[in-house]
Ligand binder design. Sequence first.
Ligand SMILES: [Zn+2]
Length: 217
Amino acid sequence: MSGIKIVHSTMDPSRAQHREIVPAGESWIHLVKKGQIFRIVDLEGNQAVDTLFYNAHDLTDRYSFQETIREQKNIYLTAGTKIMSSNGNVLMTIVADTCGRHDTLGGACATESNMVRYAIEKRHMHACRQSFVKAVIAYDHGFEKRDIANNINFFMNVPVTPEGGLTFEDGISEAGKYVELRADRDTLVLISNCPQLNNPCNAYNPTPIQVLIWDAQ
Ligand SMILES: [Zn+2]
């Protein structure tokens, strides 16, 4: 695929301070401190990792796809992308990326969108939005449903056609590919490891991911 930029990391996984597997369909919430390096590994390939970022010192200052797209003048996210907040702060920067393209237009799956896109019987299937809500309620820091705004879909391939159309395509990620971010300020990261079974964003087969955190160098 043209325009894909691959940047490898020099971080050693055996030296990470935090290593954890997030099973398919589960959520994960964690504080990543300023200077720490945070990696998400697509363990089996073609998984969609729906992710939200919040300024840890002001949870109303949260990831903004508008600010992020405007800042880099590109709709695809990859190495060099600054993860911007709604107040215009840089929360994190993507410093390595062996997949090369991530989406921030497709949004997170919800029971409502499952019904509209696929079939009314899909109503009872678990969706990312529920994982996000479940995680913020369990986190219990005054977070609630309205704090779930637009997200990034790491490893998800949503190409935009020359006419401006949006298409959900088979992923370009493969087993072991990763994206790595440096925290530019203390950032709360919230992940829903997507349980979606109805579209090719995770190959109709949700799989686990690994998250790693290294302390500031
Ligand atoms: Zn999803």
